[in-house]
Design a protein around this ligand. Structure first.
Ligand code: FES
Ligand SMILES: [Fe+2]
Length: 308
């Protein structure tokens, strides 16, 4: 396997989650290891979030240790100030600001998460809330998996493992599609083989019907249509290690009533409980066969993405 898919050296251009919105108070700046580099974000007094490479263009200090001013972020080391466009605005020892800049990333906030695009101009849209709302969005705790994000986010497209690993019996032939040049989707129907799991998930009478949809190497949706509608957004990005996955998961439910949340939680648990153990010990070396078509297409889509 070569190219962009599951690469530990190149990163596809996409919308990645940097942090939770709640981690950035007004007037605060922080930085994270993201996509093999250090990335800083700050929230200005108006509430807008700005994302830049965190290495100060003077001597390379981490801007995450700086302070937010009315003109940008001020580096803690020698007080150079860098604006939201990444350009140096001022330096205390210089009458004219040095002509230096750092890389600036387009940024948006959705569902309580800060997304940034690792290219000058976004080539795809950030994720939208699922149709048929209004939804209550519940963010699960941030997790880190020792597995490449492409493999974590492509897990739902790997229909062959649903029966083998998750003991989930498919009741129809999976339907594969590519709704956009950056997206691969698969629609499945079935139910847990375990009576207890079928009861908990509300799928004893009517099977679970769901679509898994992965986009751009950084986000994936699980759209559950039946027996009760709910949606799950999975996001993933590397940190210092491009082969690791920092993941944020948001569950969209109609209400927080136990009648909705218990089956949704049971279904998620039933599907995800075994994945981490396998994914974290995976030494990815594919020999794709017919049953791997979803994953194979996902790899092919990612291999065509621009890199950064
Ligand atoms: S390293 Fe940032 S101002 Fe000197
Ligand atoms: Fe799985």
């Amino acid at each position: 396997m070569s190219g962009v898919f599951a690469s530990r050296t190149v990163v596809a251009q996409a919308w990645y989650v940097l942090c939770r919105s709640s981690e950035l108070r007004r007037g605060s700046v922080r930085s994270w290891d993201a996509l093999g580099r250090r990335v800083a974000a700050w929230r200005d007094d108006g509430g807008a979030v700005h994302v830049l490479d965190a290495r100060c263009p003077h001597l390379g200090a981490d801007l995450g240790h700086g302070a937010v001013t009315s003109s940008g972020v001020r580096c803690a080391f020698h007080h150079w100030t860098i604006g939201a466009d990444g350009v140096v605005q001022s330096a205390p020892e210089c009458v004219v600001a040095p002509r230096r800049r750092v890389r600036r990333y387009p940024a948006v906030e959705r569902f309580g998460l800060v997304f940034f695009f690792n290219g000058a101009t976004p080539t795809l849209d950030p994720p939208e809330a699922p149709p048929g709302g209004p939804w209550r969005a519940v963010a699960l705790p941030t997790q880190r998996l020792a597995c490449h994000p492409h493999l974590v986010l492509g897990n739902g497209l790997d229909v062959a493992h649903l029966g083998a690993l998750h003991d989930f019996e498919l009741t129809m032939e999976p339907e594969l599609s590519e709704p956009s040049p950056q997206t691969v989707a698969v629609r499945v129907a079935g139910r847990p083989r375990s009576q207890l799991a079928a009861w908990l998930t509300g799928s004893r009478q009517a099977p679970v019907v769901a679509e898994f949809r992965a986009t751009g190497g950084s986000v994936a949706w699980a759209h559950f249509e039946a027996p009760r509608p709910f949606h799950v957004l999975f996001t993933g990005r590397g940190d210092r290690d491009l082969g690791a996955c920092v993941t944020q998961t948001v569950v969209f439910v109609r209400s927080l009533h136990p009648g909705t949340t218990v089956p949704a939680t049971a279904l998620l648990w039933s599907l995800l409980r075994s994945d981490r153990r396998i994914l974290e010990s995976l030494d990815f070396a594919p020999a794709f066969t017919k049953g791997d078509e979803g994953l194979r297409r996902w790899a092919s889509v990612i291999d065509k993405l621009e890199t950064a």
